[in-house]
Design a protein. Structure first.
Length: 172
């Protein structure tokens, strides 16, 4: 009987140690996943803030009430804002590229307004296009961040689907 008790105790100890090791590994993997999601989400929020602030500046400088104040200095600040957007968004992604094209088009129209005048309508159309493209992108990005922050590891394909759905909702 002593041998049977000893064997049961050894089996119990092995099962306990195995459970402990499994729980430690499982907790470590889960913490790594959560940390990854936290880091990625925080970076997306920082990038979102940079783009949002830069677009805000561009929209402010291209407002109908401020067009008569447009000069080289304001254009230079607008170009800096466009450059900040370019540091975050990448033209290889169609969703990003729409915002970048709209941004650069607005800068071009603002420059034409300074150089030639009588370009207010083109500036306002370019401004509206940037506002539209950014609004779609910003909402899709926010939805992506919310989905990711739930603890699921999601990728670019998920963003593409969220973006498509958001764009369809936002159709003019």
């Amino acid at each position: 009987m002593d041998t049977t008790v000893l064997i049961l105790q050894i089996v119990t100890i092995l099962v306990s140690v195995s459970s402990l090791v499994f729980n430690l590994l499982s907790a470590r993997l889960e913490n790594n996943k959560k940390n990854y999601i936290k880091v990625v989400t925080e970076q997306r929020l920082k990038n979102k803030s940079i783009v949002r602030e830069s677009v805000k500046i561009l929209l402010a400088y291209s407002n109908i009430q401020t067009l008569n104040l447009l000069n080289e200095e304001i254009l230079s600040k607008s170009v800096e804002s466009a450059a900040a957007i370019e540091t975050v968004l990448k033209d290889i992604y169609p969703e990003d590229n729409r915002v970048l094209i709209a941004t650069n088009n607005l800068i071009d129209e603002m420059a034409k307004q300074i150089n030639a005048g009588n370009n207010e309508q083109a500036v306002l159309i370019a401004r509206e296009k940037l506002q539209y493209e950014f609004s779609v992108y910003d909402l899709a990005d926010w939805r992506f961040i919310k989905k990711q922050s739930n603890g699921k590891k999601i990728d670019g394909n998920d963003f593409d689907e969220i973006y498509r759905n958001t764009r369809n909702e936002y159709k003019k």
